[in-house]
Design a protein. Structure first.
Length: 271
């Protein structure tokens, strides 16, 4: 049997290694402080933001435009000859999922789910709170803390500024979560609708239930948790149906970055 021909390959970082940097440490510290400030004081978030920016800048400077390296000892300083690696047979690492839904299906699914969630929330406003504008104004209260401190009678009235702001918040959130569904549903091959319509809403409803008393205590008194979960489940089912019915596309597993980006290489040089 003929033995395969092995080619000698160059070992990366044989003469130099990446230079140590504290940028990632400061970036992680800053991001942590930014989130800690949400439940403590805005000054903590401000300090964390400055630390994160400084860390990311230091991290980027160590990589771009050229990687910062430090030289390794050469020649007689190396006690043993460097090892030589050989190329192995070509193989492709399997990336999961192999097929995924297109991003546009996540956008359409998020918009459709947003309509279903808005209908459920408005039903709560009419049947429970006595005003269709109550859930719309309370949605703005998740971003503007001063809204939920208003009188209940005012929250039940139509306010043009709050209505426009609520539509923007709702649109951005639904599209973002719809894109997450397009990416995550292919990883749930057995019961995507069950997991997307029940497990997902249960997770973020439970997370909000556990943290709303710390993040925004004034808003907690207005939330009806059964109706809140119903609106989230409506979004999950509708978005999951729209995304799961879209035709999956190949993730181009095993192909080079040039092939994935559609870059053509001219082997013969300029004509």
């Amino acid at each position: 049997m003929n033995q395969p021909n092995h080619e000698r390959v160059t070992i990366p970082y044989m003469t130099a290694i990446p230079k140590p940097t504290s940028g990632p440490l400061w970036a992680g510290f800053g991001v942590t402080m930014m989130f800690a400030g949400l439940v403590t004081n805005w000054l903590v978030s401000a300090i964390g933001c400055l630390a994160a920016i400084a860390g990311f800048l230091a991290w980027a400077r160590s990589c771009f435009p050229h990687e910062a390296v430090e030289q390794l000892p050469q020649g007689a300083d190396i006690p043993l000859p460097p090892p030589v690696l050989h190329k192995r047979s070509a193989y492709s690492r399997v990336m999961l999922p192999v097929h995924m839904h297109p991003y546009r299906s996540g956008i359409w699914g998020g918009l459709a789910g947003g309509v279903a969630m808005a209908i459920a929330a408005c039903l709560w406003g009419v049947l429970d709170a006595g005003s269709v504008w109550m859930p719309i104004n309370l949605l703005v209260g998740t971003v503007v803390p001063s809204v939920e401190s208003q009188d209940v009678a005012i929250l039940k009235t139509f306010q043009p500024g709050l209505f426009v702001l609520a539509c923007g918040i709702h649109l951005v959130a639904c599209v973002f979560i719809g894109l997450l569904y397009a990416v995550c549903l292919p990883m749930m091959p057995k019961h995507p609708l069950l997991l997307g319509g029940v497990l997902g809403p249960c997770m973020w409803t439970g997370l909000l239930y556990a943290t709303i008393g710390i993040v925004n205590p004034a808003l907690e008194q207005f939330i009806s948790w059964p109706w809140f979960f119903a609106s989230q489940a409506a979004f999950g089912f509708v978005c999951g149906v729209v995304v799961s019915r879209s035709r999956k596309i190949n993730t181009m597993t095993g192909q080079s970055i040039e092939s994935r980006m559609g870059i053509e290489r001219n082997e013969g040089g300029p004509q």
